[in-house]
Design a protein around this ligand. Structure first.
Ligand code: GLN
Length: 262
């Protein structure tokens, strides 16, 4: 009995402390909010560095950057009570922007890899990516293994560039700023194939006649959000928001909006 009542007492006291804690902090909360609201720059900015030439993850619709990443980022910002600001730049500049604090995060269908992990931290993954090979219809290149000794177009600094450079030392690697430029080079016969992420590849093949994607994927990878090394506070907040958005189906709804099921 005694033990029981002691436990009960502890629970009651605990509850009281908790309740007292609540009532003593509560009045200050609205005051804080009011202070913030009075501030001209009401919401803190969440600056996202991206390369808006990568449909359906990020691309222009008029003057707006839209796409899967833009929408997931907006949902994260909303959860964090922050205002999303998107900075468009070359893909190869994103990591530097994040490292130097010019951007809070890099989100650009960016693959997690060892090299990048030296310079930035990554959030949990939010999508699977696939490196694929685009060729002209009827090409003699039938599988990624046929790429050795060929002329291959890639988007500079992407994992496609990194893998091809490592795997095929005898290939002639042509690097372009944008995936579309690599695809134009393929159409013009300047390169024999283009290695790029599958979803943008599908968009580019749809937009241009006479091209196809090889059925065998070259590499499977994971996309995540890059953050400055050691920025664990933001990393934890972003991961929490991301997991909630995955759990409640928001991430899948956004993906489905841009990628139709095969
Ligand atoms: N997933 C590739 C990478 O991380 C390509 C990303 C991109 O071009 N935006 O390198």
């Amino acid at each position: 009995m005694k033990i029981y009542s002691r436990i009960m007492a502890a629970v009651v006291i605990g509850t009281m402390v908790f309740a007292t804690g609540c009532s003593s902090t509560k009045p200050t909360e609205p005051a804080k909010t009011e202070e913030k609201a009075a501030d001209a720059t009401a919401k803190e900015e969440l600056v996202m560095a991206t390369n808006a030439a990568f449909p359906p993850y990020e691309f222009y619709e008029g003057t707006d950057v839209v796409g899967i990443d833009a929408e997931i980022a907006a949902a994260i910002a909303e959860k964090l009570g922050m205002e999303l600001k998107i900075e468009d730049m070359e893909f190869g500049s994103i990591i530097t922007a994040v490292q130097g604090g010019k951007a809070d995060m890099g989100m650009a269908g960016m693959t997690v890899n060892e090299e990048r992990l030296v310079n930035v931290d990554f959030s949990n993954s939010y999508a699977t990516g696939y490196q694929v090979v685009i060729v002209k219809n009827g090409s003699e290149i039938k599988t990624p293994d046929d790429l050795a000794n060929k002329s291959i177009g890639v988007q500079e600094s992407t994992t496609g560039d990194i893998y091809i450079t490592d795997d095929y030392p005898n290939a002639d690697v042509q690097r372009y700023n944008k995936g579309t430029e690599a695809v134009q080079a393929l159409i013009q016969g300047k390169v024999d194939a283009v290695v790029i992420d599958r979803e943008p590849a599908k968009v580019f093949v749809e937009q241009n006649e006479g091209l196809e994607i090889l059925p065998t994927e070259y590499v499977v990878e994971e996309y995540a959000i890059a953050l400055a090394k050691g920025n664990t506070e933001l990393l934890e907040k972003i991961n929490k928001a991301l997991e909630e958005l995955k759990a409640d189906g928001t991430v899948q709804t956004i993906i489905d909006k841009y990628i139709s099921a095969e």
